[in-house]
Design a binder for this molecule. Structure first.
Ligand code: LLP
Length: 432
């Protein structure tokens, strides 16, 4: 489900008209629905009822403090990948002891910080990292809780940049070597072997890759429990979302399992994985990112110019690839809809929707049929709640956009738009 729909001809997020937010706060502007995020969390949690589990939101997808706060209140833990993300969890009032710390390149400073704050587990990606965490923990006189990330060598059937579970990817320790590396880890005095972790990729739209990975891993996980007394199995994130036809047929409830053959809902996912996990007698951790927040956010932008060339029509918007990089980086598709509902008579034209950044890769759509747009019209790029703002940059010295959280009929600014002074904060000219 999601909470974006036309009401009286105007696109709304929950009870708030997006035209009003665009007018009051300017564009580009990210808008998130609190209700959608909460609902997604609750649906996933409910789908897993009866299984001892914890949802550790992969906050890399959207790490605004307001989003962390909202999910912490629901009871979520967090999957973090940097000291900065742990800092955000603590700032928002979240608990370090519900955090798992992933990533292939943890620094001494980050490991010390995470040990100090008492994270639930370090998800370790290599033997050298294992040795280093052991050393840092020893200096601090602590035992570091660790899980090894195992790479199951399965094809997640997704874009190559977001596939992580094949043996040629940089992530994890190969399934054929994992038992041996646990033996090595068991010999290190400052580590506690607490669990095992895997993650095969992102935007996965079928259950098969998950089932294949868990099927391969379940016997190994059982063996590790017997040998080392591990307590949890984190199965990663990766459940995909719909990016096409998001507002179709006026229904906002395409999220249900089985309503779209091209995607899986939480119920399908839970039903497929449950039999593989139930008998293990371990706490199951999940690390969903995109599936909780992706369809809960939109990026609002305004049409600046309509440029006609002999070859093409370009709709030039005030948002660019620096605000939302997914189309440029992953050929990601985001629906583009006008904030004012077009009438059935409005002509539809094939256009390129592009930003102002000086790169040919700065586009949101190419040769896409879009209802006629004019300068000044507001449009929304849908399904931009995950990997949207968090991947935004200051490229071309463009200011980071503002973010708004809507809850019912309330809309709150949860991040101010950067000022031009912010752009040069911390910079110095030598000698001045
Ligand atoms: N756990 C680990 C260890 C991960 O690396 C990731 C995502 C997740 C969980 C969450 O995966 P999700 O449930 O969101 O699929 N920027 C890309 C996606 C990169 C995903 C990176 N890792 C995009 O915009 O498509």
């Amino acid at each position: 489900m999601h909470d974006f729909s036309y009401r009286d001809g105007v696109l709304h997020c929950e009870g708030v008209a997006l035209t009003e937010l665009a007018a009051r706060h300017g564009t580009p502007l990210y808008v998130y629905s609190a209700r959608t995020i909460r609902e997604h969390y609750r649906r996933l949690d409910a789908a897993l009822a009866g299984l001892d589990h914890r949802v550790c939101y992969a906050m890399k997808a959207n790490s605004n403090l307001a989003v962390i706060d909202l999910l912490a209140r629901e009871g979520a833990g967090f999957d973090i990948v940097s000291g900065g993300e742990l800092f955000r969890v603590l700032k928002a009032g979240g608990r370090a002891d519900l955090c798992t710390f992933a990533g292939v390149g943890k620094t001494r400073e980050e490991i010390e910080f995470a040990l100090q704050e008492g994270v639930y587990s370090f998800n370790v990606e290599s033997e050298p990292e294992l040795a280093f965490i052991n050393e840092v923990a020893g200096v601090m006189g602590r035992k570091a809780p660790v899980a090894l990330r195992v790479n199951p060598d399965v094809d997640a059937q997704t874009h190559k940049y977001i596939s992580t579970g094949k043996s040629h990817n940089k992530f994890g320790i190969g399934i054929d070597r994992i038992l041996g590396v646990y033996e090595q880890a068991a010999a290190l005095p400052n580590l506690e072997l607490r669990g095992i972790q895997t993650h095969i990729g992102s935007q996965i739209l079928e259950t098969d890759p998950f089932v294949e990975a868990l099927g391969k891993l379940a016997p190994i996980v059982a063996e590790l429990k017997a040998r080392h007394g591990i307590k949890f199995f984190s199965i990663g994130g990766g459940v995909g979302i719909i990016y096409h036809g998001t507002l179709a047929s006026g229904s906002s409830d395409w999220w249900e399992s089985g309503t779209d053959p091209k995607r899986i809902g939480f119920d399908d996912y839970a039903a497929a994985i449950r039999p593989l996990l139930e008998g293990l007698g371990l706490k199951i951790l999940l690390e969903p990112g995109r599936s909780l927040v992706g369809n809960a956010g939109v990026l609002l932008t305004t049409v600046l110019y309509v440029k006609q060339t002999p070859a093409k029509s370009f709709i030039i918007t005030d948002a660019g690839m620096n605000d939302l990089i997914r189309p440029a980086l992953y050929e990601g598709h985001h629906e583009i809809v006008p904030l004012r509902e077009p009438s059935p008579e409005t002509p539809v034209r094939n256009v390129d929707v592009v930003g102002p950044v000086c790169e040919s890769g700065d586009f949101f759509a190419q040769d896409r049929p879009v209802a006629d747009l004019s300068p000044g019209d507001g449009v929304a790029l849908l399904s931009a709640g995950a990997y949207g703002f968090v991947m935004a940059s200051n490229y071309n010295s463009r200011r980071l956009p503002s973010e708004i959280l809507v809850d019912g009929s309330r809309a709150e600014v949860v991040r101010e738009r950067q000022t031009w002074d912010d752009l040069v904060a911390g910079e110095k000219i030598p000698g001045r």
